[in-house]
Ligand binder design. Structure first.
Ligand code: APR
Length: 317
């Protein structure tokens, strides 16, 4: 069992992370930090703590506005950020303005984790994913094997779900890989998608697969549109916990994560979604997937998109 997990940001995703950790009995203690209101995180945690007798879990659940609550964490999940919302004057912030705001928040988060839990494994969920995890790494000074972005688990889960629905086969029988950035350039790798070990094309037509891959690339936006306000929160939260479980239980599990690449896939010093082996040392190995010519081309486009965003990050002080 893990001793302590910290969650930064107690909104929709942070809340599910805390309650799901309690539900699974994953740690002895969960600490939530959110700067929203003085008592917001404490309130959220008291609500969940009061449910521990119902869950049947003796887990300490604490929340605060102050980052010192993260002291001693083995893992920290970062969900802090502001969404793209309408201003009181009816206008929306531009993409650049939003990135600048979220980078400021990330700098604050990086300083907090660095001060109170410098040796924790850091899993970042906040968007824009590729930019935020890159900034956290730069500002927090975390080791490359101990910091990663959560995107691939979710993106490949979405891909698996859509394939399962189309094929009429259990989600448990679907194996899928999604590479690249966490955005509309992500690359669902059809040649690596299998149903019970067999090529996916034996179950789903090429035309249907093309539709599924397009839907996967836009899946986050699809949920945003349906919800009306906010974005997906259950699927990202449980995806991050899958990563934590692989590390905590030293599973040596191959999981797609946004990992710091140092030459792999021809990429240097950027976080890109690739399959890695997760074990007690965090990212223990980066797995190279064989790609066909089209997939290679698509991955290049995706990597260039990440490169462009990170160049913007580097320009922002
Ligand atoms: N430190 C701690 N918490 C912060 C900070 C900060 N510096 N700045 C903002 N927060 C908190 C907010 O107060 C809010 O409660 O982060 C929380 C974010 O919660 P939501 O707005 O509900 O967002 P959520 O749906 O949980 O998504 C979080 O993950 O998937 C991404 O795009 C999503 O970037 C977003 C993030």
């Amino acid at each position: 069992m893990i001793n302590k997990i910290g969650i930064v940001g107690g909104g929709n995703i942070g809340g599910v992370c805390v309650s799901e950790i309690v539900n699974r009995g994953l740690a002895r203690e969960v600490a939530l930090v959110d700067v929203k209101d003085p008592e917001f995180a404490a309130g959220k945690c008291l609500d969940i703590a009061e449910a521990t007798p119902v869950y049947g879990r003796d887990i300490r659940v604490i929340g605060s506005k102050s980052y010192d609550i993260l002291e001693g964490c083995d893992f920290v999940i970062n969900t802090a950020g502001v969404p793209r919302a309408m201003r009181p004057d009816g206008t929306f912030p531009s993409r650049e303005e939003l990135l600048a705001i979220n980078l400021k928040i990330t700098d604050f988060v990086a300083a907090g984790i660095k001060k109170y839990a410098p040796n924790a494994f850091v899993i970042s969920i906040a968007n824009p994913l590729d930019a935020i995890v890159y900034r956290l790494f730069k500002k927090g000074g975390f080791k490359p094997n101990k910091i990663m972005g959560m995107a691939g688990v979710l993106d490949s889960a979405r891909y698996k779900y859509f394939v399962s629905q189309e094929a009429g086969i259990s989600v448990e029988n679907i194996e899928a890989v999604v590479l690249g950035g966490h955005g509309d350039t992500m690359v669902p790798v059809r040649s690596a998608t299998r149903i019970y070990g067999m090529p996916v094309e034996e179950f789903v037509t090429k035309a249907k697969l093309a539709k599924i891959e397009k839907r996967t690339r836009g899946a986050g936006g699809e949920v945003v549109k349906l919800l009306g306000s906010g974005s997906a929160f259950v699927s990202p939260a449980v995806s991050a916990l899958e990563m934590i479980e692989a590390i905590a239980f030293d599973k040596k599990k191959i999981v797609p994560v946004a990992a710091y690449l140092q030459g792999e896939y021809g990429v240097k010093n950027l976080f890109v979604g690739v399959p890695v082996v997760l074990g007690k040392n965090g990212i223990e190995k980066i797995i190279k997937v064989k790609l066909n010519a089209d997939e290679k081309k698509a991955l290049k486009v995706s990597i260039n998109a990440v490169k462009k965003t990170c160049a913007e990050v580097d320009k922002t002080k």
